[in-house]
Design a protein around this ligand. Structure first.
Ligand code: ADP
Ligand code: MG
Length: 495
């Protein structure tokens, strides 16, 4: 029992909760990932633009120096050149140094820092610049003599015949670029990687191989900006979404309690119904077995009372005899109802035309209605409607129902009996314009011995239902107080 309860609890409350929580956290995590990705992309593009700006600006400066050299045609002396380059260096802190060399690598002018002049023309980017005759950026980092990490740029100066007459070399300070980047996005882990996978610079922590990253190529260089996406922590997502998770938890537990309650109620109802049936059957069986034993002495008593009533003609005595007769009739009626209740399924069933049964009852109902001063309408489908049932029992049901209807119309009214086919079923409906039934009483109608009449047995409707159910049919009552009552009998149609 406990295991079963636990199992229900897990399947109704715990499992769905975990599932819903899992789905929620999964979608939230996905949202978070997308957010971090967008963020990393934004950071990468900021630096990409920054770097392209630096490079372009440097190339522009070198172009300016080059134009000055080309147009001065030797008038620009070394001292002036030195002053100009120093000024440029002071103005733009990103330079580690700017130099003017001859094609062999001898320094003509330049800023103070020492460089290995003669080696410069051997550098790949310088060779490339001489060959292509345009400004070229080194695609790896270099170190100046004093250990400063730099990126070299070379710009050839051409004469009228397009011969290289000078080289302008500028060095960009990696530490300066790195500082600018850190100012822009102080918290992100970023790296700049060359084509050869050399790490030009890295900010904050080095990017771990396992983490997800965004890589954006630069326009001015074959390098990439790599930005690490922030790690997503499940605990953080849980703490952020705990109100929703709590609501889920409560909802699924509420659902669990509702289901348990419903289950209990259903069980109780079922037990009640079974008890009722059991009681009826017991009473029915007992009554049925003793019904004949009761009826025989009753017939005797009835005969004797009849005799006595002929002997004592006094009005008061006659009144008492009439009551005795009425009560004996009532006992008789109860006993015969008991007989049906006890063995409703024992009688033989046949395929019968309901139209015939109702038509046969017509004169009986009419004369009965006459006594109650009630007008009668019959609306019978002119069609053979076959139902698998027992004729006597079927008649008993219709008579019980019409009797109730007539008894509800003591001051006259209209009784309507309709017979028709409805969705492959037979429907018999009895309407009256009688006193009706209060709403509170409606659900008691099929309880054994429930009656509102002084001389009622309270068994008529119980018997009707037992019989109709034994024909696989259904019976319903609906009523409006002081307006009338409608009784619906639905039976399966046999074609
Ligand atoms: P009885 O007729 O012996 O009282 P029934 O089982 O036939 O027992 O009916 C139970 C009760 O249902 C009646 O006492 C009456 O209150 C109510 N009832 C049944 N049919 C009608 C009807 N057509 N109009 C008003 N009340 C009805
Ligand atoms: Mg009745």
């Amino acid at each position: 029992m406990i295991v079963k309860k636990l199992l229900i609890y897990i399947t109704v409350a715990i499992f769905p909760f975990l599932l819903a929580a899992g789905i929620l956290l999964f979608t939230k995590e996905k949202e978070e990932v997308a957010k971090h990705e967008r963020n990393a992309y934004r950071i990468a593009s900021v630096h990409q633009r920054q770097w392209d700006n630096f490079i372009n600006k440097t190339i522009n400066s070198l172009n300016t120096v080059s134009i000055m050299l080309e147009s001065s045609s030797g008038n620009w002396d070394k001292a002036k050149q030195n002053i100009f380059l120093k000024k440029l260096l002071l103005q733009e802190q990103m330079y580690g140094g700017i130099y003017i060399l001859d094609p062999a690598g001898n320094r003509i002018a330049g800023t103070d820092r020492k460089i290995e002049e003669m080696a410069i023309p051997q550098e790949d980017y310088v060779k490339e610049a001489i060959k292509a005759k345009i400004a070229t950026v080194s695609n790896k980092t270099d170190y100046l003599v004093d250990g400063q990490k730099v990126i070299g740029l070379a710009k050839p100066v051409l004469d009228d015949q397009q011969h290289v007459v000078n080289l302008i070399i500028a060095y960009l300070r990696v530490d300066y670029l790195s500082n600018v980047m850190e100012m822009l996005t102080p918290k992100s882990n970023i790296a700049v990687i060359s084509e050869e996978k050399e790490t030009i610079l890295s900010m904050n922590k080095p990017i771990s191989l396992s983490s997800s990253t965004i890589a954006l190529p630069m326009n001015s260089l074959p390098w990439k900006i790599i930005v690490e996406q922030k790690e997503i922590k499940t605990e953080k997502i849980i703490t952020k979404n705990w109100p929703l998770l709590l609501i889920f938890f409560i909802c699924f537990h509420l659902l669990y309690f509702v289901i348990i309650l419903y289950h209990h109620k259903k069980k109780a109802d079922q037990e009640n119904k079974e008890n009722e049936l059991h009681k009826l059957e017991l009473v029915g069986n007992m009554a049925a077995s003793s019904a004949h034993e009761i009826r025989n002495p009753l017939t005797g008593i009835k005969g004797l009372v009849q005799l006595l009533s002929e002997k004592h003609k006094d009005a008061e005595d006659q009144f008492y005899f009439s009551i005795i007769q009425k009560e004996i009739n009532r006992i008789n009626e109860i006993v015969s109802q008991f007989l049906i209740l006890g063995k409703p399924t024992e009688l033989k069933k046949q395929l019968l035309n309901i139209e015939n049964i109702v038509t046969e009852l017509k004169p009986l109902i009419l004369s009965e209605a006459n006594l109650y001063n009630v007008e009668c309408h019959f609306e019978i489908a002119k069609k053979k409607l076959f139902v698998y049932c027992n004729a006597d029992q079927m008649k008993q049901v219709i008579l019980n129902i019409t009797k109730n209807a007539l008894e509800a119309m003591e001051n006259g009214g209209t009784l309507t009996i309709k017979l028709k086919e409805l969705n492959n079923r037979v429907s018999i409906t009895v309407y009256d314009t009688g006193v009706g039934i209060p709403e509170t009483e409606l659900k008691k109608l099929f309880e054994p011995f429930y009656t509102s009449k002084s001389s009622g047995t309270g068994l008529g409707l119980v018997v009707c239902r037992r019989i109709i159910q034994s024909f696989n049919g259904e019976i319903y009552l609906s009523s409006v107080e002081n307006k009338g009552t409608k009784v619906d009998i639905i039976l399966p149609l046999n074609s």
